[in-house]
Design a protein around this ligand. Structure first.
Ligand code: ADP
Ligand code: ADP
Ligand code: ZN
Lengths: 249, 249
């Protein structure tokens, strides 16, 4: 990765830094970020996740992490998931997972910098950065401070989601962050009763969006009850639907 | 409302200011904010919506608004929807609805203040404020600058959404904003083929959450293809599912 001048902690050797962004909340960005990390870990890579959603962090819950990180003179050690993914998130530092973090932009930017410069990620092949919704302080800080190789875009089928996701795509283009691909999540739902494929949010136009912005189309993920329930139980590492995606990172 | 000292434009007479918040993106906060406005307008009240989601604004698209607001020496006139709801949003000031607004906290806070102090809302019974996800600059500024009568909380059935929504509830409590009630959105989906009620996101526990925080439970909204498709077509005023909610404002 192009990390001259944008170095993290001196003990870190992070080969690739990938952001996962959507602009629109609730499309499944954290879920897809988690699934990408699981997919890369399963291929034998050393993987970490930096949760840059400081006021709405979901990553620790998806992985069922309760233990606080070790904070030492040398730096902060990330928490390892069951399968060995290194994770850092503000929710690992709070007393209760549902405590609010009521901070303005400058503090949020500062914490993201600390997660890059003070966390001892060690040797990683991939660091996945989960971005919050919007195009404000957090994505701006990540794009200015971290040596990003690129960003994966997540959307859902609704036009409304697509409109806001296009804002994130245009932001990445303005900030000269390469776009690695786009995933359509919650694309269809199989009725557990009659087995028919249903489209609760209508048929998505993400393939067209991928063509419009010349982005690789990484595929679609179904809306599956097991994805949200395994996530709620902290067992996102048991979800296998990432196999449906064409992940050429 | 308690608007001494927190006055907006001197031409404004806004009786009640209500925030709609969730903390978690994608649960349907903008949709519920729009439906509350439609419900109050149908009862004969004068209603406005202030879209405080500056980097991810959805309100103009839901109402099919394309016209820019009139900006005069006197102040900014909001745009009226088909049924007469007064609306102000950053997306009404952009050239293209999918252009990104890449601003940090202080600018975002400034714009929200302008939407309250420089927009000529006139005589309104209710001003609904649609908040972005998170517990950062935008909700903080709204809670500090606007004379809020209270906030309506929106969640969806997943535990993960509930965890982040609790952060928003605790923020409102810390900021002494009264909580008017909680709505569970996307609660169930009726299979168009076999007619069975399905629970794509599992069965929600919002009633328990309402009891835990002593909030009025305003009811559930189904996940309906017509809700997202009418929203995508700019026809949110034709959605009638708000009738399912117990709206005691
Ligand atoms: N493909 C899917 N099927 C079912 N539920 C999903 C899927 N993707 C995400 N979810 C659920 O939807 C909610 C929002 O997903 P999340 O990853 O938190 O989105 P975001 O990070 O974009 O806000 C979570 O409760 C998650 O478990
Ligand atoms: N009850 C519902 N049924 C179907 N689609 C819905 C429902 N509520 C919201 N949506 C759709 O889900 C997406 C997210 O809703 P939105 O109101 O933008 O959420 P938020 O403001 O919390 O991000 C939108 O595309 C919207 O049309
Ligand atoms: Zn069926």
């Amino acid at each position: 990765s192009c990390s001259e001048g944008k170095n993290g902690h001196q003990l870190n050797e992070v080969k690739h830094v990938l952001a996962v962004m959507s602009g629109k909340g609730g499309v499944g960005k954290s879920t897809v970020a988690a699934l990408l990390a699981v997919a890369l870990q399963k291929k034998g890579y050393q993987v970490g996740i930096l949760d840059a959603d400081i006021t709405g962090p979901s990553i620790p819950k998806l992985f069922g992490l309760k233990k606080a990180p070790d904070v030492t003179e040398l730096g902060i050690f990330p928490v390892k998931s069951k399968t060995g993914i290194a994770i850092m998130s503000i929710n690992l530092l709070l007393e209760h997972e549902d405590d609010p973090v009521i901070w303005r932009g400058p503090v949020i930017a500062g914490v993201i910098k600390q997660f890059w410069e003070e966390v001892i990620w060690g040797n990683l092949d991939y660091l996945i950065v989960d971005l919050p919704p919007g195009t404000g302080d957090a994505p701006l800080t990540v794009m200015q401070v971290l040596p990003l190789d690129g960003a994966v875009i997540v959307t859902s089928p609704q036009d409304l989601a697509g409109m806001v996701v296009k804002k994130a795509i245009k932001m990445a283009q303005k900030m000269e962050v390469p776009l690695l691909g786009i995933v359509e999540n919650m694309s269809y739902f199989e009725c557990p009763d009659c087995g028919k494929n249903l489209y609760p949010f209508g048929k998505g136009k993400t393939k067209l969006m991928a063509q419009e912005f010349a982005l690789p189309f990484m595929g679609v993920l179904p809306l599956e009850t097991s994805t949200s329930s395994l996530g709620d139980q902290g067992k996102i590492e048991e979800v296998t639907s990432y196999e449906l995606l064409k992940v050429n990172l």
